[in-house]
Write a new protein. Structure first.
Length: 270
């Protein structure tokens, strides 16, 4: 007989296993048991038990020589199907073209709570560049993509208030909610946002929203590069290309149910 306590225990095990998997979204490709236990707050014994189950399912792999864990081969077909579901094959050529035209790195991201989750990234061909690979997370208040996603949220003020803390990352980081709200008003008026060395010094980026028919932003496209190249003049010059790319992405995503106006956001689902 399955009791309520049994259901809670099973749900907890699933949640903890997902915590372990998400440790591989960014950072090193391999991690040790102690690292994973520390990152998740699990005891080494609990982490080890769950890791063995994930390895049996080939969602993770374990190297007996190094005693380190990495993502498993069972995730490859799942990842491929997930990419197809969100339209990555259709979007990539648009971002490739934008990266070629601007000469800088290009990202597509969505809001996930207090972060922007990078779904797709095309690196610049130049030696000096600043990239975030797919799966990277950046603070929503300190990124150009984050600002347009907040500005064109159904409830911008509520979105700002939902951020637990506006962490100071550089001297230019916005740490005041009232100041951020004012900036978001400017973003709505002009249709694009800038990150002016607010997350990393010497790095600037500009972003525009990918909007649904009702005007809500479901994603954002950004161009990012060193401040020595991303001057005010360069940003003004690339805005038409960025706008064209954002509209093209919107058109390609509009045919997918997962990107429609009723698409639940990670922030809304917890």
């Amino acid at each position: 007989m399955v009791t309520e306590g049994t259901r809670r225990t099973g749900s907890q095990a699933v949640e903890r296993a997902l915590q372990l998997l998400r440790c591989f979204e960014a950072g090193p490709q391999t991690r040790s048991l102690s690292e994973l236990a520390q990152l998740t707050g699990l005891t080494p014994a609990t982490a080890h038990r769950l890791l063995r189950a994930l390895c049996r399912a080939e969602l993770l792999a374990h190297d007996p020589l190094t005693e380190r864990y990495s993502l498993g081969i069972a995730l490859i077909p799942l990842g491929s199907r997930a990419a197809d579901a969100v339209g990555v094959p259709a979007i990539r050529p648009v971002l490739d073209s934008l990266a070629t035209v601007t000469g800088e790195s290009v990202n597509l991201g969505v809001r996930d709570g207090s972060d922007v989750l990078v779904l797709l990234s095309v690196p610049s061909f130049q030696n000096l560049r600043f990239d975030q690979g797919a799966g990277a997370r950046v603070p929503v208040h300190a990124s150009a993509m984050g600002k347009v996603l907040l500005a064109f949220d159904a409830d911008p003020d509520g979105a700002v208030q939902s951020i637990p803390k506006l962490t100071k990352l550089t001297q230019a980081t916005i740490t005041s909610r009232s100041v951020l709200s004012g900036v978001l008003g400017e973003v709505r008026d002009r249709g694009w946002a800038i990150n002016d060395e607010e997350r990393e010094t010497s790095v600037r980026s500009v972003a525009m929203p990918v909007r649904t028919a009702d005007g809500k932003a479901v994603a954002a496209v950004s161009v990012q590069g060193p401040s020595s190249r991303m001057t005010d003049s360069q940003i003004r010059d690339l805005l038409p290309s960025l706008q064209t790319a954002a509209k093209a992405v919107s058109i390609r995503l509009s045919a997918l149910r997962s990107w429609g106006p009723d698409r639940p956001t990670a922030a809304a689902t917890g």
